[in-house]
Design a protein around this ligand. Structure first.
Ligand code: SF4
Length: 641
């Protein structure tokens, strides 16, 4: 179907669906190039609805990188919501781009963003709505290649049957290398195109790797079967963060985050043992303050956004955090601009920082202590003593903020009901502080997620809590964390199981995913849409069990389905850290002392390419901490000789 025909069809049906603004495009700052005049066309697909995808910074960074090339264009594609999908299938309207209504098959390359696993069935649905076979092997060169990137791709195996190639790591530079490599290969057999990609560092082409299994179902080996494919695929990093993206597209409808994000720092050195992002985004790279300030100026001028969020995994560890907040305060104090600084760490969020954040913030503060007992804090290597939590609470409430949001996690190894009870006691103690300072206006919002062991982390060996264990712990929380001023949120046990088996799955999960999709699984990231029974049926029909992936303890020497994907942190380092956790030993932030996780040797050449060095390992400590002489030390800390 041609774009004009799609346009005509849409004008007839859009008023039949909810939020038609999702499907009209034409946003302020969107880039519409002359299709015939541009050589290489890339569709950037986010496998969920517009309201979610438009807030994804990754897609926007690639959108700009590609559209900055005179001979390339990038256009956006999102999944239609259920009502629109039904109408599209009824009228045989293929999935198309927002910018020019081009059918997905008209593009030279389809880039799919995969930040989390619950999006997998939507990828199959997206390809099917574009009239493309969902299996990679069933698509020949008459179809565009499908390349995926995002944090979930650090274990690409469950989606290996459907995706032609994966980008492991950061996409800003590699997307152009991939496009350039394919420009010269158009019309060639997919195998030939993919061999060209397999030679690019950071690209993983699953069909060029054979997987063998032991009789017990564990992986025996993953071996390349063509010379272009490396034994292990080393992730890509950008040594220096590119200039921040500022020309945000102003959405047609409200999106999940109606604000403009600026990444102030990438990577984290805290070493929390459950944290996937903290391990796969190393090393730390920080943006200089003038660059952030210039970006804020440009964003306001080019979008009119009134809220800016300064993003990182641990913003109060950003070395220039005080300087930046002071600069924003001085420049925008009376402008009405709101600044959000998510993921503040209690240890490094000083009263001073709170004051400076003062009137540029709305709403409350969010902290993530994750655990509430010494044992669990040492085990997860996130040491935030009770007194520090209460001190931070007093600091927040005494400045007039009424709401503190806490994130905790249940389900970590060795956890008992006493450890869960400690979470309840701590939240109640915080509320008591709030009441003492603000009376009945104080609120504590508690988000309790369930721990899911992730690849490339020290906890990749551990079994996930069983359904019964999770429900018992959640019931304890629900019974006690309620009443005036206390609000509890938790994850469903079904969504935890789903993410659990998809996170540590192997290539055989492809048939489970396809069966679940054929049975109707879609929008699995939405509790309202996730139908867990479909997945359990799909497992049964595939002769596999979820237990094998979620609740099974891994042998210390087990080969993992993702071991050929190199996140640049040594498996030996992760194993050592796991064993330390079982011994109740902790590690300090590696800004204090480098533990030789593996990053340095893997990227030393690349690091040396830029003068001064693109990034420091260990990175410099934030001024406040240098002044304070480092965060509170956990007991029985292990400092390598
Ligand atoms: S190389 Fe050292 S300082 Fe750098 S991230 Fe790894 S442990 Fe931390």
């Amino acid at each position: 179907m041609r774009p004009d025909q799609i346009e005509r069809q849409l004008s007839r049906i859009l008023l039949q669906v909810s939020k038609p603004g999702r499907y009209v495009g034409g946003e302020y700052n969107s880039v519409v190039k002359d299709w015939e005049a541009v050589d290489f066309k890339i569709a950037l697909a986010f496998p969920d609805i517009y309201d979610i995808g438009m807030s994804n910074l990754g897609i926007m960074l690639l959108y700009e990188q590609i559209n900055n090339q005179p001979d390339m264009l990038a256009e956006r594609v999102f999944c239609p919501w259920l009502d629109m999908e039904a109408v599209m299938r009824h009228h045989h309207i293929p999935l198309h781009s927002l910018e020019t209504r081009h059918h997905l098959q008209d593009f030279d390359l389809i880039g799919v963003s995969l930040p989390y696993e619950q999006l997998y069935t939507n990828v199959l649905n997206l390809l099917d709505l574009a009239g493309m076979p969902v299996r990679s092997r069933d698509r020949d060169e008459s179809y565009p290649l499908v390349v995926a990137g995002g944090h979930a791709c650090f274990n690409p195996e469950p989606m290996a049957d459907f995706i032609d190639a994966f980008v492991i790591g950061e996409g800003e530079e590699i997307i152009l290398e991939i496009a350039r490599a394919l420009q010269g290969k158009r019309g060639c057999p997919h195998d030939e195109q993919l061999r060209a990609l397999a030679g690019i560092q950071g690209v993983y082409v699953p069909r060029f790797y054979d997987v063998t299994y032991h009789p017990d179902g564990t992986v025996a080996d993953v071996r390349p079967n063509v010379p272009e494919a490396p034994e292990r695929v080393l992730k890509r990093i950008v040594p220096v963060l590119p200039k921040p993206f500022t020309r945000f597209l102003v959405p047609n409808i409200d999106t999940v985050h109606n604000r403009a994000p600026i990444e102030i720092m990438r990577g984290c050195t805290r070493g929390c043992r459950f944290c996937h992002a903290g391990m796969i985004t190393r090393p730390v790279r920080e943006r200089p303050v003038p660059e952030v300030m210039a970006a804020i100026e440009e964003i306001i001028a080019s979008t009119g956004f009134e809220e800016i969020s300064l993003l990182s995994l641990s913003s109060s560890d950003y070395v220039y955090v005080h300087e930046l907040v002071e600069a924003v305060h001085a420049r925008y104090r009376d402008s009405g601009l709101s600044l959000s600084l998510p993921s503040l760490r209690i240890e490094t969020t000083s009263a001073d920082l709170l004051d400076k954040l003062g009137d540029t913030r709305r709403g409350g503060f969010t902290f993530a202590p994750e655990a509430a007992t010494e044992k669990m804090r040492a085990l997860i290597n996130k040491y935030v003593p009770d007194e520090q939590v209460l001190e931070a609470a007093r600091a927040v409430y005494s400045r007039g903020w009424r709401t503190i949001k806490f994130y905790f996690m249940i389900g970590h190894p060795e956890e008992t009901l006493d450890d869960v009870q400690a979470i309840i006691n701590l939240c109640k103690a915080v509320l008591a502080e709030g009441r003492r300072i603000l009376g009945g206006k104080a609120n504590v919002n508690v988000g309790v997620s369930t721990f899911i062991p992730k690849p490339h982390t020290p906890f990749q060996w551990v079994p996930q809590d069983t359904r019964e264990m999770v429900l018992e712990k959640q019931q304890l929380l629900k019974n006690q964390l309620r009443g005036h001023g206390l609000h509890l949120r938790w994850n469903t046990v079904e969504s935890t199981e789903l993410e659990g088996f998809l996170s540590r799955g192997d290539r055989r999960l492809g048939r489970v995913i396809e069966r679940a999709w054929k049975k109707g699984a879609r929008f699995d990231a939405w509790d309202s849409e996730h139908n867990h029974d479909l997945w359990l049926q799909a497992f049964e029909e595939s002769g596999l069990t979820p237990w094998f992936y979620t609740h099974r303890e891994r042998g210390l020497d087990e080969v993992f389905p993702w071991d050929h994907i190199d996140a640049a942190v040594h498996k030996k380092f992760l194993k050592e850290d796991y064993l330390m956790s079982l011994a109740g030993e902790t590690r300090v932030d590696c800004r204090d002392r480098c533990f030789a996780c593996g990053i340095l040797p893997k990227f030393k050449e690349q690091r040396a390419l830029t003068e001064p060095m693109a990034w420091e390992c260990p990175p410099v400590k934030p001024a406040a901490e240098r002044r304070r002489g480092g965060g509170e030390r956990a007991p029985n800390v292990t400092v390598l000789p």
